[in-house]
Design a protein around this ligand. Structure first.
Ligand SMILES: *Cc1c(COP(=O)(O)O)cnc(C)c1O
Length: 382
């Protein structure tokens, strides 16, 4: 499961504490969404159309970028971004071993070759030195803004040494670094329901300041056609639909407040959990304004993450693991030829990370229940 979504404790609240609470978010936008759905149903414009164009304008303005091009999902958006760059077929793209599998899938689907690198041990973001060591022979760099904070873009752009930098911004909607929301040539994001800005189904987008790249993305995702039945580029079908755009427009208006609520909830966890043994809290890298897509704590050493996870689930706490198996140890990526031990930081993160419930509608009382359950599972007290 990525980002967040369905899993133990998600959905209706009941006695437990869900990992995410999509129903509470819907309650805030329900009226606008119904009115927008009525507009779309009356218009009959279901794919692209004015709602999509309006959302693309509004999201581009939110990010501070010239172009936002909608796509069917975030994985496609990343593939479209890579395809638009017209990189040499089979060229290496450097990406982290500790990411959701979609990052690597998009590289392969774009006809390129994933070159994995280990993370920096402190923040679990792409490490510029390891990236630089992997870059000779590669054609692009693909950092992931993992868990809601940007990878260190200054050093990564320097390491890329002129090669295009493609950002996986699926988890970082609204995040900033030194005041800026993005840095590379082109970025892709996902509006999967559990992301900070989530649709009611699959959706995604590509962001760029480059007019020609934006045009190539738009063409590629729409069968390579600018005019009907004239196919200039080899394309595919990956477009944003109007009903999703209605939801995204309504939620985008709340996103700054929702991200602030996530930050406040993270600060409350920091305060509640700071004194516990057997646990390390997530850290924010210098210069970053974090949007807390997830709140992953590290369990151990000397304690077993899965035992703690089971205890939380037994207490009705919808904790998750992002991600239990790094890309290089996934059966689907065995052909890359890595074995256990190749990327020790990513492997250790996969063993130790445990994501606590975190979303904009999480109450202090529920956070206290989470913290108490976690303290009990670790054999300590708050
Ligand atoms: C969610 C996610 C994606 C893929 O997005 P989808 O919309 O689910 O295809 C890619 N990369 C990361 C890091 C993600 O979290």
């Amino acid at each position: 499961m990525h980002g967040s979504g369905n899993g133990p404790g998600s959905g209706a609240a009941g006695e437990g504490v869900p990992l995410v609470d999509l129903a509470a978010a819907h309650a805030e936008v329900a009226q606008e969404v119904r009115a927008g759905f009525d507009r779309v149903l009356a218009s009959g414009a279901f794919v692209k159309g004015p709602e999509v164009a309006a959302f693309e304008r509004e999201y581009a303005a939110f990010v501070g970028v010239r172009h936002c091009v909608g796509a069917a999902n975030g994985t496609d958006a990343l593939e479209l971004a890579l395809r638009a760059l017209d990189l040499p077929p089979g060229g290496g793209v450097v990406l982290p071993a500790n990411t959701f599998v979609a990052t690597a899938e998009a590289v392969l689907r774009a006809g390129l070759r994933p070159v994995l690198v280990d993370a920096d041990p402190e923040y679990l973001l792409m490490d510029p030195e390891r990236a630089a060591a992997a870059l000779p022979g590669a054609v692009a760099l693909l950092p992931v803004h993992l868990f809601g904070q940007l990878a260190p873009m200054g050093p990564l752009l320097a390491a890329a040494d002129g090669r295009p930098v493609v950002e996986d911004a699926a988890q970082s909607q609204g995040a900033r670094q030194h005041g800026r929301t993005w840095y590379g040539r082109i970025a892709a994001t996902s509006f999967y329901p559990g992301k900070n800005l989530g649709a009611y189904g699959d959706a995604g987008a590509v962001l760029t300041d480059d007019d020609a790249l934006a045009d190539a993305v738009r063409l590629t995702g729409d069968h390579g056609a600018r005019d009907r039945y004239r196919h200039e580029r080899f394309g595919c079908n990956s477009r944003l639909d109007a009903l999703q755009a209605v939801v995204l427009r309504a939620k985008l208006r709340r996103l700054p407040a929702w991200n602030a609520a996530r930050r406040a909830a993270a600060a409350r966890y920091d305060a509640l959990l700071g004194g516990l043994d057997g646990l390390a809290l997530p850290r924010t890298a210098p210069g970053n304004e974090h949007v807390r897509h997830l709140y992953p704590v590290r369990i151990g050493p000397g304690r077993d993450r899965d035992t703690v996870l089971a205890a939380l689930h037994a207490a009705g706490i919808g904790a998750g693991v992002h991600y239990p198996v790094p890309v290089h140890l996934q059966p689907a990526f065995r052909h890359l030829g890595h074995r256990e031990g190749t990327f020790p930081v990513a492997e250790r993160a996969a063993r130790e990370l445990l994501s606590l419930p975190l979303h904009p509608h999480l109450t202090e009382a529920r956070q206290l229940r989470v913290a108490e359950a976690l303290a009990r599972a670790l054999g300590g007290r708050l």
